[in-house]
Design a protein around this ligand. Structure first.
Ligand code: AMP
Length: 219
């Protein structure tokens, strides 16, 4: 039942929230960025083609993303629903997702927009540390690992992602404004958009999202 898109600029907390909600609701958290990074790590053909775009902070071409997502969404664990994080990121991707849902007789339940001011995004992204093995995310100030520099989940040494250097961060925010922000209107027009204050903190945002969805279902 829950087929939900989490929208927001880089650093808005999409990954963290989608991962928590996925656990809470028992549906997979599907992150296009994590899938792409796994391809890069494994050195697949897709990873090889996507990597230069990712390192520059640009979007990977739609056709590469669409094949990858089509495959992931067809996996058995996605049958009951999913939380999409980082996909769709262009109108063409949103339309492809709708086409797929329609063909399957399914529909999207909601698009949740995590709103966060730009200064806060910059602070968050520059302090972010990522686990190169399992993709867990930390922040040096607000969500530090239990042992400095070490992933709580799998014990690997944390890194600062290549695309979280300041100049690439600025590029990703500009790409978001130009290519992804138009999706907000797209989902608003379809009555699917719910806006959440992404600065409420990791503890309060999931509750706020659950409250909005319950209100939408009731109304
Ligand atoms: P993320 O972890 O979601 O910020 O994604 C990291 C990078 O992967 C982005 O900066 C893009 O280069 C690429 N990427 C992830 N998802 C998509 C998508 N849906 N469309 C195009 N590029 C994507």
């Amino acid at each position: 039942m829950s087929r939900i898109v989490i929208l927001g600029p880089p650093g808005s907390g999409k990954g963290t929230q989608a991962s928590r909600l996925g656990e809470l609701w028992g549906v997979p958290h599907i992150s296009s960025g994590d899938l792409l990074r796994a391809h890069v790590r494994e050195g697949t053909e897709l990873g090889r083609r996507a990597r230069p775009y990712m390192e520059r902070g640009e979007l990977v071409p739609d056709e590469l993303i669409l094949d990858m997502m089509q495959e992931r969404l067809s996996a058995p664990d996605a049958e009951r629903g999913y939380l999409l994080d980082g996909f769709p990121r262009t109108l063409a991707q949103a339309e492809a997702l709708e086409g797929r849902l329609e063909a399957l007789g399914q529909r999207l339940e909601a698009a949740i927009y995590l709103r966060v001011p730009e200064a806060e995004l910059l602070r968050r992204l520059s302090g972010r540390r990522t686990c190169p093995r399992c993709d867990a995310i930390y922040h040096v100030d607000t969500m530090p690992p239990k042992r400095e520099g070490i992933c709580d989940r799998c014990g690997a040494e944390l890194i600062q992602r290549e695309d979280e250097r300041p100049e690439v961060i600025r590029k990703r925010l500009a790409v978001y404004a130009k290519q992804t922000r138009p999706l907000l209107d797209h989902y608003r027009e379809r009555g699917l958009l719910h806006e959440v204050d992404g600065t409420l903190g990791v503890e309060r945002v999931p509750g706020e999202i659950a409250r909005l969805l319950a209100a939408a279902e009731g109304g």
